[in-house]
Design a protein around this ligand. Structure first.
Ligand code: C2E
Ligand code: MG
Ligand code: MG
Ligand code: MG
Length: 292
């Protein structure tokens, strides 16, 4: 009896594991197809100068318009992309697509300085031996001004202390491309090591902005990050601004740039011209889901 139960338990576990593995394999196969068949999309979330309210640029955010599962967010497939090594292909696809797209908006709306583009690069991608070559090739191919490009990377990339990654970041930086530390504050949280890397800006993680009005500790942390960044000559971007009171506090603290649903949701490329023209009605990415 006990043995039978044990065996049954074992079989259930096994079946779950098999389902999980199958899921990952299916997802990986589907993701390869997605790249080839044009199922990937880029949404653009405006980044705003906190002092003036002007849009300075956009962060490119990847989506997957899955034929059966609908519009998928990075959380649904980035893990598999990382494990399978597909992440490099995805990051490069987003970079090429977004450089070409933002260049169109820059031309249509000649402003000085030009609209910036922020693109997320995974740590695994930044460790790839050909990442610099690929990046400069895409800049050349699209004619995108390197000074208007920012690569967002997480603290964990710097904490590997890899000499190769350091050299890669320095070469990318020498092209004129900005390096922004994403989700800042969630990792090691020492500003000291930032001095030894060619970093331009910190993006304060959304979780701190979310709590800054309710938690003294989070408010203090945001204030400290802003003032220490200033001392190090770094710019600060606050992500996840949802409330006017958060924006006001950040403005008072001297935070340079902001991003969040209050200012705008991530938008489809079709929605950007109206947003730039000042319409900027808050809109839903679900539109893409419905259009699917
Ligand atoms: P992230 O780089 O920190 O991007 C900000 C995320 O916060 C985005 O989620 C954005 O939609 C969301 N967000 C922005 N404002 C608000 C707000 O006010 N409230 C809330 N609740 N959320 C807000 P998304 O698009 O789901 O992306 C999640 C993460 O996936 C990104 O976080 C980034 O780490 C990663 N990711 C996105 N696109 C790419 C890509 O092309 N390559 C790589 N390697 N990673 C990407
Ligand atoms: Mg980011
Ligand atoms: Mg972020
Ligand atoms: Mg984040």
């Amino acid at each position: 009896r006990a043995k039978a139960q044990g065996r049954a338990g074992y079989q259930v576990f096994n079946a779950e594991m098999r389902a999980e593995a199958l899921n990952l394999i299916t997802l990986e196969r589907d993701l390869r197809r997605a790249v080839r068949q044009g199922e990937l999309r880029v949404l653009y979330q405006p980044i705003v100068a906190v002092g003036t309210g002007c849009t300075v640029g956009f962060e490119a955010l990847l989506r997957w318009q899955h034929p059966e599962r609908g519009l998928l967010s990075p959380a649904d497939f980035l893990g598999v992309a990382e494990e399978s090594g597909l992440i490099q292909e995805l990051d490069r696809w987003v970079l090429r697509e977004a450089c070409a797209q933002v260049r169109v908006w820059q031309r249509r709306l000649p402003a000085a300085p030009p609209l910036t583009l922020s693109v997320n690069f995974s740590g695994r991608h930044l460790a790839a031996p050909d990442v610099y070559t690929a990046l400069s090739a895409i800049l050349a191919e699209t004619g995108f001004d390197p000074h208007a490009l920012r690569i967002e990377l997480t603290e964990s990339v710097l904490l590997t202390h890899s000499q190769t990654t350091r050299e890669t970041l320095e070469r990318i930086r020498r092209l004129g491309v900005g390096l922004h530390i994403d989700d800042f504050g969630t990792g090691y949280s020492s500003l000291g090591y930032l001095q030894s890397y060619p970093v331009d800006a910190l993006k304060i993680d959304r979780s701190f902005i979310d709590r800054m009005l309710s938690s003294q500790g989070s408010a203090e942390l945001v204030r400290t990050i802003v003032s220490m960044a200033k001392n190090l000559g770094l710019r600060v971007v606050a992500e996840g601004i949802e409330l006017p009171a958060q924006l006001e506090r950040l403005r008072a603290l001297g935070c340079d740039y902001g991003q969040g649903y209050l200012l705008s949701r991530p938008l489809t490329p079709e929605q950007i011209p109206a947003f730039l023209a000042g319409g900027n009605a808050v809109d839903r990415p679900e539109q893409l889901r419905n259009a699917g």
